[in-house]
Design a protein around this ligand. Structure first.
Ligand SMILES: [Zn+2]
Ligand SMILES: [Zn+2]
Length: 216
């Protein structure tokens, strides 16, 4: 499996494209602004088939372009606690344009989720099994997607290399975030590579030892 990452949009949000070397299927983790412009042409020119769009949580910078990737046969996976943010983003426009007045109507387009995941649910993609872990605190519907086969996890904005997600946004909760990290992220094997929603990768073991905000 090949992994490519782009940091896109006003918050440099990571979009990850995972491609199977066997059958040319691919999967996208998060769809920041400009993801469609950058990544769709690559999917097309390589003759890849997109099977899944995973949304780590419903904040605008992670779901903005998801609608552009959706067509028949593409599964869109997210947690139901962020249903309003993902399927009714138009209602949150004022909140975001207060910070980013340069955004336009086209930046606020909802995406229909085809499968709501609960904590512990698994799904098959790219010939392997992914496990969803519910890691709320930064956002109520925050999910982590774990592949034991590859020893990696997409952690969204729950934890970053040397930092954690902010909890001062609406419905953020610091104690809940700490609990999520300690219970559902630090319980992964230490060698697990964490691929977060912003910034570079890290490992579970490194964060357990050095993260100044979330001690085990
Ligand atoms: Zn976020
Ligand atoms: Zn983010």
């Amino acid at each position: 499996m090949k992994i490519e990452v782009w940091s896109l949009g006003p918050f440099e949000t990571n979009a990850y494209l995972l491609t199977s070397e066997d059958d040319k299927s691919c999967l996208l983790v998060d769809a920041p602004k400009d993801a469609a412009k950058k990544i769709l042409p690559i999917i097309q020119s390589r003759g890849l088939t997109l099977t899944h769009v995973l949304i780590t949580h419903g904040h605008w910078d992670h779901m903005c372009d998801a609608h552009a990737f959706v067509k028949a046969g593409v599964e869109v996976l997210a947690h139901h606690d962020d249903q309003q943010l993902i399927e009714n983003i138009e209602a949150y426009r004022d909140r975001y344009t207060a910070m980013m007045p340069f955004l336009t109507d086209n930046d606020f387009r909802s995406t229909h989720v085809t499968q709501w995941l609960k904590h512990g649910d698994t799904f098959s993609a790219l010939g392997r099994t992914f496990e969803a872990r519910h890691v709320p605190g930064h956002c109520p519907g925050s999910l982590l997607f774990y592949s034991a086969t590859d020893q990696l996890a997409f952690s969204g904005d729950a934890i970053f290399a040397g930092s954690v997600g902010r909890t001062d946004l609406p419905n953020g909760n610091w104690n809940q975030l700490l609990q999520s990290i300690r219970t559902h992220i630090y319980s992964l094997p230490d060698a697990t590579v964490l691929l977060p929603g912003h910034g570079g990768s890290t490992t579970v073991g490194r964060e357990k030892q050095t993260n100044p905000y979330a001690k085990p």
